[in-house]
Design a binder for this molecule. Structure first.
Ligand code: B3K
Ligand code: ZN
Length: 869
């Protein structure tokens, strides 16, 4: 049979496993060219078992050596490139039997970074979602949970350190310079949580006491020269452990918890049981080499992986369609943790604003494009394509809505019941919803629509105030555009926080629950026309259609007691002006001035309030996008702001200095954020005066935040001084891969500057640079992804040059690393939204990629869907 159509997996086709595994023993002899994997698996009938069923194991790119059943060589099996099917099983498979398999894999040739691979001479694994099948034949699905005992063998000089999940049972010297370590994980786990690490690594360690009084060993393993950069990650880990005890009553269940850093890694980090593996980017930090943003990201990723120990590992997913069960929930938990770490209400608001900015910049476009999917998708071709901002960030918003609807205590009750019911199980999003509903005796049936419907819902706001009756009426009407495969939508259940702002200040915040297509609320005894503050703290992940007058927006921007909505009003005002090609007028400038001068506001909040909406978010407000027009309007708006507020900038640049030794805390970080935003405004307004100042800041900075910000401002403004500083920067940090990534990224992200050559030309040169490597995801991201996904005005050239570069890059990356290529392939998702000539140029580039006969399933799915809607 000819099957040209890519294979799709469907949620509703889920069947429980025919067989399941009890005890698994792995004996792995590590060799970069030929790793021998011996497995011994105790097999039992599973929920879908029928006598005589064959046992179908999956394997990928493995060399099969031998099979034994119950200790005997066995020949009733069939091998295909992806499966090992064992039939005629003893006793028709009704009783426990033991399968022993020997197979071989080749880590040094594995550039996909899934399964077992080599990085800088050390061995690492990545098994989520389906990487374990690249190590041995297995039931590689999350609903098969087994207990693992692992023997690792390697040459001692090359691999002095041998790590796997759980507890270390013993180590042994072996003949010929080999040695071994035996690890046992007491907790049953799915194969995606398996991990091993071996090589020349060193660690810092701490012993802590958890809430029950137990002592736990924490270790962070890195290459020896990076040891001095691990303190912040360790502090973040300890803080996360204590936070989870306090907030959710969840304690670390392991005797030892290890974090390992690796420089070749497809994503941020991975929560393998007891052995979290991290991209170096999310572990290593020192003030001289990492920015405040890096410090904050490390804190949140360390927390995220730690929190998975309960939400993901102890309770895992039945199948990959349920991914948001663990990811949405764990993102919510890490967001709450980071907010709590900020230490103040305004700090919390800053964190909330950052999270919402990200959602709008990345997730809203995804939800409106050809890859749109509900947080629990119904269909996928390649699961790796579904580790998306929708599953993660919108998933987190959905979890946040439970907390808004049920209150913090109600949410905690739901979490407690979830663990009481499902500890040790592989479950579904429905199970989570039922735990929340049952613990609070609340009917959440309608809430399931958040799991099944894609697209950002819109809520239209209509208000009417009657001065004679003193009544205020609010009508909210919801809608959600059709998405691929979902022509009609059922109404969502929204928690909408709102408050009527009056001069008498006599109205409280309220929570409205919008469940119908349209609903009206009447408020009595409102002495005069109020100003509506709605969707406070972004209580629901929606787009509001609300034609609020500029006067009302200004009132909110100046006075709203909800810090999020205060920020929001400024964004909305600026957005409307930019989209209409207007410059900030005197009243808006005055409002910005007041905000900048308000001593009660956090510097970090001010910095966010002065940041204009991202271009990608502006695109989503248009019917047909002219990227150059939007770029020009946004830049003009910013220039005007820069010019009009020069006096304030100059004063702030001084006031926001943080003298004395560098401190990575939130207060100082906020000051640096504002100071550096101000520096770039000053460079815009009077380059002659401020170029030397920026260069000076670059030179004397004792920390990466200030050094990088000054360099970035010089590069973005096309200052002559930028070139010398770039050379200096490279030479200073030539041995620090993560800093060199910044050097590349900075140049690839430069927006167009009049009189300078295009960033595209620069990026092509960077691709030829001796330090550029196509097989290192961080480096590729810093050059190619930064340009194609994060530099819209340079990427969207009217001659289509950016798209040509994109197509070349996708085709070059795909054979090396399909996941990295597929992520890049997403850069043209929204092609139909663009005006001509952009749209036709994008289509031509997509067609060129699509014509390649050997695309990976990852890229094939993304390109196929781009044409599909
Ligand atoms: N669970 C991992 C992501 C795995 C991605 C596989 N392609 C990281 C995380 O979300 O914590
Ligand atoms: Zn996660």
């Amino acid at each position: 049979m000819k099957t040209d159509l890519p294979q799709s997996f469907r949620r509703l086709e889920y069947r429980p496993p025919v067989y399941t595994f009890d005890q698994v023993e792995l004996d792995i002899a590590l060799d970069p060219a030929r790793t021998i994997v011996k497995s011994r698996i105790e097999v039992l009938p599973g929920k879908s078992f029928e006598p005589g069923s064959p046992l179908i194991l999956v394997g990928h790119e493995l060399e099969f050596v031998s099979l034994r059943i119950n200790g005997e060589a066995y020949r009733h099996f069939k091998l295909t490139p992806e499966t090992l099917t064992i039939h005629s099983l003893p006793k028709e498979g009704k009783e426990k039997f033991v399968v022993e398999i020997i197979c071989v894999c080749v880590p040094e040739r594995n550039t996909s970074l899934m399964g077992l691979y080599v990085s800088n001479g050390n061995f690492f694994t990545q098994c989520e979602a389906e990487g374990f099948r690249k190590i041995t034949y297995f039931l590689d699905r999350p609903d098969v949970m087994a207990r693992y005992r692992v023997i690792l063998r390697a040459r001692e000089v090359e691999c002095p350190v041998l790590l796997s999940n759980g507890n270390l049972l013993n180590t042994e010297r072996l003949p010929n310079g080999w040695h071994s370590a035996t690890w046992e994980d007491p907790f049953p786990k799915p194969s995606y949580l398996f991990a091993l690490v071996a090589g020349k690594l060193e660690c810092i360690e701490e012993t802590i006491t958890t809430s029950s009084g137990a002592k736990k060993l924490l270790q962070i393993w890195v290459e020896p020269h990076d040891l001095k950069k691990t303190r912040h990650a360790m502090d973040s880990l300890i803080a996360s452990i204590h936070w989870d005890e306090r907030r959710f009553g969840l304690e670390l269940d392991l005797e030892r918890l290890m974090i390992v850093a690796v420089s070749d890694f497809n994503m941020g980090a991975m929560e393998n049981k007891g052995l979290n593996i991290f991209n170096t980017k999310f572990v290593l930090a020192q003030p001289e080499t990492a920015t405040d943003a890096d410090f904050a990201n490390i804190e949140s990723v360390v927390a995220h992986e730690y929190f998975h120990n309960w939400t993901g590992n102890r309770v895992t997913c039945q199948d990959w369609f349920q991914l948001s069960l663990k990811e949405g929930l764990t993102v919510f938990r890490d967001q709450e943790f980071s907010a709590d770490q900020m230490g103040s209400e305004s700090g919390r608001a800053v964190k909330r604003i950052e999270d919402v900015r990200l959602l709008r910049q990345l997730q809203f476009p995804e939800d409106a494009g050809p890859m749109a999917h509900p947080i629990r998708p119904d269909e996928y071709q390649e699961i790796n394509n579904f580790y998306t901002v929708t599953v993660y960030e919108k998933g987190s918003e959905v979890v946040r809505m439970y907390q808004t609807l049920l209150g913090k205590e109600g949410f905690r009750k739901g979490m407690d019941l979830y663990f009481k019911r499902h500890d040790g199980q592989a479950v579904t999003c429905d199970d989570f919803l039922m735990a929340m509903a049952d613990a609070n005796s609340k009917d959440l049936t309608q809430f399931t629509n958040w799991y099944s419907q894609a697209g950002t819902p819109r809520v239209k706001v209509q208000e009417h105030y009657d001065p004679t009756t003193k009544q205020y009426q609010l009508t909210l009407t919801q809608s959600c555009a059709p998405r691929p495969g979902q022509p009609e939508k059922k109404p969502f259940h929204f928690p909408l926080k709102m408050r009527l702002l009056t001069r008498a200040n006599d109205q409280q915040e309220q929570l409205l629950e919008l469940t119908q297509a349209s609903q009206t609320w009447t408020f009595d005894n409102i002495a005069e026309r109020p100003v509506l503050s709605i969707n406070r703290n972004f209580s629901a992940p929606i787009q509001l259609d609300f034609e609020q007058s500029e006067a009302d927006l200004l009132t909110l921007f100046s006075n709203d007691d909800d810090a999020f909505n205060r920020w929001e009003a400024g964004q909305k005002f600026a957005m409307q002006m930019i989209l209409n090609g207007r410059l900030p007028d005197a009243q808006l400038i005055q409002a910005y001035r007041n905000l900048l001068l308000d001593p009660a506001l956090d510097p970090a909040f001010k910095a966010l309030a002065l940041m204009l909406p991202a271009e990608s978010y502006l695109y989503e407000q248009c019917k047909s996008v002219d990227p150059q027009k939007i770029f020009t309007a946004r830049r003009a708006f910013r220039r005007e702001l820069a010019n009009q507020l020069q006096l304030e900038w100059t004063a702030l640049y001084q006031q926001m200095q943080t003298p004395g030794p560098f401190k990575a805390n939130g207060v100082d970080a906020g000051k640096r954020a504002l100071k550096n935003l101000v520096l770039s405004m000053l460079l815009e307004a009077s380059p002659a005066v401020w170029t030397p100042m920026a260069t000076h800041q670059y030179e004397i900075a004792d920390n990466m935040t200030d050094r990088y910000a000054a360099l970035s401002a010089l590069v973005v403004h096309g200052s002559r001084a930028a070139q010398d500083c770039l050379i200096d920067f490279y030479n200073r940090f030539a041995n620090d891969a993560l800093v060199i990534d910044k050097w590349f990224g900075l140049q690839s992200s430069r927006p167009p500057v009049d009189g300078l050559e295009s960033t595209l030309l620069e990026v092509k040169k960077l691709r030829e640079h001796a330090a550029f490597k196509l097989n290192n995801p961080n480096r590729v991201h810093s050059v190619i992804h930064a340009f194609c996904l994060n530099n819209p005005a340079s990427f969207h050239q009217s001659d289509g040059g950016g798209y040509e570069f994109w197509a070349d890059s996708v085709l070059a990356l795909d054979p090396i690393n399909p996941q990295v290529a597929a992520r890049l392939a997403r850069a043209l998702d929204r092609w139909r939204l663009f005006a001509q000539p952009y749209q036709d140029c994008m289509k031509a580039a997509l067609e060129r990629v699509s014509a390649c006969q050997t695309l990976s399933p990852d890229v094939r799915e993304v390109i196929g869907k781009a044409f599909g809607s």
